[in-house]
Design a protein around this ligand. Structure first.
Ligand SMILES: *Cc1c(COP(=O)(O)O)cnc(C)c1O
Length: 389
């Protein structure tokens, strides 16, 4: 399969037909597997013989999803998990111990910040949060026990872009792994492993499913690291349901065409927003006005499907834009074929103090849009009403 193009891998990788020769991938909704004999059971349990045992750590549908995602990321190995957060937790549990240190970008998903800053801290793992795009700050934060550098690029909601190759060199010089949460771009637009990252984590809940149906996650990358994640999952059990894995497996078939269509919509909408009176600033890596536009063009295939923008008039004006929509969904989720709008300062980032929010650049007038597959003219009309009000 190694010689095939991304598009071919998206629909063909990971297929292993049963004795029925089904064309579409089978869904194995079973928690356990039977053995021919006591000896075979023993051999399967010990790992002497390859084969499925119990769905906490082995299921053919989950294996198919893992293999397809690994192929798309260019990863030697992949383990699927119950959600994006359980992927990040599993990576941390597999690679860190008490006394170790994480360097994380400040622009991380809120639950990831909580996981590192609050939960892992209880177990003696310290995290330094550094300004997202400031490579010197990552370098300066390195300690002898730094084991993991963890970033999201582009970041949420300001779409800040981190130089993955440069940061990989810094992390490796410091003896740490570089993990990239590749949720916003997906392998269709960005392949962090090819740029030097050691592992990629996913919230498969977002674009990999792509239609807002199921939760899922994955860790893909270096075989030795993924093997440790697998051992953690096998024992601790944050495992994905075969049903969810099957939905995500089928979602991967349309990933590239969805990502490109949704990104084209986001670029058109970003350009239009930039020209609207009352819009102070648009954050989108595909715009020439974006501070890391050049880096984004080198590192990503295009700008992605998520943008944010600041309206003049703070929270009142921002909420008016949200409330004037009739079609766009008011929800914090992203990565769906349906466009969503959210006011980060009062929702996803509402638990952060106003001072910390301001330091992070998340103002009261900021709105985030995750562009879906609707016609861009309909999105413009839905936003124009609130912007004009
Ligand atoms: C949603 C999200 C997560 C968490 O994923 P879940 O599947 O909701 O657990 C992690 N990182 C990013 C960037 C996300 O958007």
């Amino acid at each position: 399969m190694d010689d095939f193009d991304f598009d071919t891998l998206g629909v063909r990788a990971g297929i292993e037909r049963s004795q029925f020769n089904e064309h579409s991938e089978a869904l194995y909704l079973t928690s356990s597997f039977v053995f021919d004999s006591a000896a075979q059971a023993a051999a399967r349990f010990s790992g002497e013989e390859a084969g499925n045992v119990y769905a906490r750590f082995s299921n053919p549908t989950v294996t198919a999803m893992q293999q397809r995602l690994a192929a798309l990321e260019g990863a030697p190995a992949c383990v699927a998990t119950a959600s994006g957060m359980s992927a990040i937790l599993s990576l941390a549990m597999a690679t860190l111990q008490a006394g170790d240190h994480i360097i994380a970008s400040r622009g991380l998903f809120g639950a990831t910040q909580q996981l590192f800053g609050t939960i892992l801290a209880k177990f003696g793992i310290d995290t330094s949060f550094v300004p997202t795009t400031d490579l010197a700050a990552y370098q300066a934060a390195l300690r002898p026990r730094t084991r993991l550098v963890f970033i999201e690029t582009p970041s949420n909601p300001l779409t800040e872009v981190v130089d993955i190759a440069a940061l990989a060199a810094i992390a490796h010089d410091g003896g740490a792994l570089l993990a990239v949460d590749n949720c916003f771009c997906t392998p269709a637009l960005q392949r962090p492993l090819a740029l030097g990252a050691d592992v990629v984590v996913h919230s498969a809940t977002k674009y990999l499913d792509g239609q807002g149906r199921v939760l899922g996650g994955a860790v893909a990358g270096r075989a030795d690291v993924v093997d440790e994640v697998y051992k953690f999952l096998r024992t601790a059990g944050p495992s994905i349901s075969p049903f969810n894995a099957w939905v995500i497996l089928k979602g991967l078939e349309t990933l590239r065409i969805r990502m490109e269509a949704q990104s084209a919509g986001a670029l058109a909408l970003a350009r239009w927003l930039e020209a609207q009176p009352g819009v102070l600033r648009v954050h989108y890596p595909g715009l020439a006005s974006h501070p890391q536009h050049g880096l984004a063009l080198r590192q990503q295939k295009c700008g992605g499907a998520i943008l944010s923008f600041e309206v003049d008039g703070g929270r009142e004006r921002a909420w008016r834009v949200v409330d004037a929509t009739r079609m766009i969904s008011i929800t914090a989720n992203l990565g769906d074929t349906k466009t969503t709008i959210t006011h980060p300062a009062s929702t996803t980032h509402g638990r952060i103090s106003p001072e910390a929010r301001a330091a992070a650049g998340i103002g009261e007038g900021l709105l985030r849009i995750a562009v879906g597959l609707e016609a861009v003219d309909d999105l413009k009309a839905d936003l124009a009403r609130g912007l004009a009000a």
